[in-house]
Design a protein around this ligand. Structure first.
Ligand code: SF4
Length: 470
């Protein structure tokens, strides 16, 4: 288990992760954010490390993946239909039904529903004539009933407004059919019409993030856009439908969330996370068996993977092994002072909590500290000028933090601080009060060991500067 020490405080000053090539003596790090203020937003930097830069590698990736898919793909009814149906319109309908049914539902559950649906309504025209009651009846047990209803409404639209012809490109499918999003449109267009467009779903995200060692929060729009770019760059123009299904199949059966089968993986030679995953699994199994770790089976260090390259993080510090709590605090304090540009009283560094996170099978624990700065960095013009000259740091507002290229772990760190802040100010102001909490104690402040009162815990918003225009 890797151990990161993070010191984070109320506001959010961010520093950029060193990522690739950055090594720490042991996997320990600190994050420090202090008080409000903001430097101009910086767009996420995309490292070449996270891309496929050589056409020959892309070719090899496609070839290996498709060869595996041809040999190992699961025998599924919608695949059979897509392969055997010569009418493109009917093929698109068959793929569309399967994609809608597979949303948030497992393959094994969908098979029977799919077979019965296609038997009852083998064409768009047949579905368009069905009653909503019939649709709901067949859908019963599959969940999310609005999916069936929207599918039927869209079929009626195709029949009445598009002369019964399915749109043939991803762009048109998404634009013209209600309930068809970017993923579904890409799947239908590539599988039914051979359009060379990629798809990104949960399985593909996992594969891409591992293959290219991407540790950023994939739910952020900026990262999602980069993943779509990557999928579009990788898709095989000769067999786009098979390629997309192969990526999803790989994520579902080999590159699984837990214990991926790297040894059986057809793209292992292209995967930047593989060595780290194998190392982590070996380390875990040795620990389980009580065997001493060999020199090559040390738990992997997040710093060695490049997983956080180019991402913003709270000021952080990797700590050496064997440090006592007091020494950790001292090290953190020194780091914070250097970063904040002012002396920081020891008592102002507050322990907030711990955050565990798994980066592609590498476990990290952040110990989060918070710090209330004694001055407004926006007001300290000299210091602000100095910070502006250091692009590795920036101040952001709360809204900017949410939009920034930060890892999921940093968002967790932020949540812990936010929770503590809510608890510190009791109920109200958008905070949910814990059941059983004593409102009479809200706002009471613990006296420090030296008898002084710590700085009052302000609400998070008090640390944040509203973005211009808000
Ligand atoms: Fe996933 Fe392992 Fe294959 Fe990489 S080598 S894509 S981690 S299964």
């Amino acid at each position: 288990m890797s151990k990161l020490r993070a010191a984070a405080r109320s506001g959010r000053g961010l520093q950029q992760g060193a990522g690739e090539g950055r090594k720490s003596p042991r996997r320990c790090r600190k994050n420090v954010s202090s008080h409000k203020g903001m430097l101009p937003p910086v767009s996420a930097q995309q490292s070449a490390y996270h891309l496929f830069s050589h056409p020959a590698e892309i070719e090899a990736f496609r070839k290996n993946l498709l060869a595996w898919y041809d040999k190992c793909k699961r025998d599924l009814p919608w695949r059979k239909l897509a392969a055997s149906e010569s009418d493109a319109n009917r093929r698109a309908y068959a793929v569309w039904v399967s994609e809608i049914m597979l949303q948030q539902t497992q393959v094994a559950t969908v098979i029977d529903y799919y077979n019965r649906w296609m038997q009852k309504w083998p064409t768009l025209q047949a579905l368009a004539k069905a009653s909503l009651e019939e649709v709901n009846e067949l859908w019963a047990g599959l969940g999310y009933y609005s999916r069936g209803k929207r599918l039927q409404e869209a079929a009626q639209k195709v029949v009445s407004e598009l002369a019964g012809q399915m749109p043939a490109t991803a762009e048109e499918l998404q634009r013209l059919l209600p309930g068809v999003g970017r993923y579904t449109a890409g799947a239908i267009a590539s599988i039914s019409y051979g359009q060379a467009t990629g798809v990104v779903d949960g399985n593909v995200i996992r594969v891409l993030c591992r293959v290219r060692c991407i540790g950023a929060d994939s739910s952020s729009p900026a990262v999602a856009d980069r993943l779509w770019d990557l999928a579009n760059a990788l898709v095989d123009p000769a067999r786009p439908g098979d390629f997309n299904q192969a990526m999803m199949e790989l994520g579902a059966t080999v590159c699984t969330p837990r214990a991926p089968l790297c040894m059986e993986c057809p793209v292992k030679q292209h995967c930047k996370a593989r060595c780290r995953v194998e190392k982590e699994l070996e380390f875990a199994s040795r620990r389980l068996l009580g065997k001493a770790a060999s020199s090559c089976s040390q738990a992997p260090d997040i710093e060695e993977c490049g997983l956080l390259a180019g991402l913003w993080e709270f000021p952080s510090l990797a700590l050496g092994p064997g440090l006592k709590e007091k020494q950790q605090r001292e090290a953190l304090l020194a780091h914070v002072q250097a970063w904040a540009g002012e002396a920081v009283a020891r008592g102002r560094l507050r322990h907030v909590g711990e955050v565990s996170h798994v980066f592609s099978h590498i476990h990290q624990t952040y110990v989060v500290y918070s710090l209330l700065l004694g001055r407004d960095p926006e007001m300290a013009s000299g210091w602000r000028d100095e910070m502006l000259e250091r692009p590795a740091f920036r101040w952001v507002t709360q809204a900017e933090f949410q939009k920034s290229a930060v890892s999921t772990a940093m968002k967790k760190v932020w949540k812990v601080c936010e929770r503590q802040n809510c608890e510190g100010r009791g109920s109200g102001q958008g905070c949910k009060r814990k059941r059983g909490a004593d409102p009479s104690r809200a706002g009471q402040r613990k006296v420090e060991a030296d008898g002084s009162l710590p700085p009052r815990q302000l609400s998070l918003d008090a640390f944040l500067k509203a973005p211009a225009g808000e």
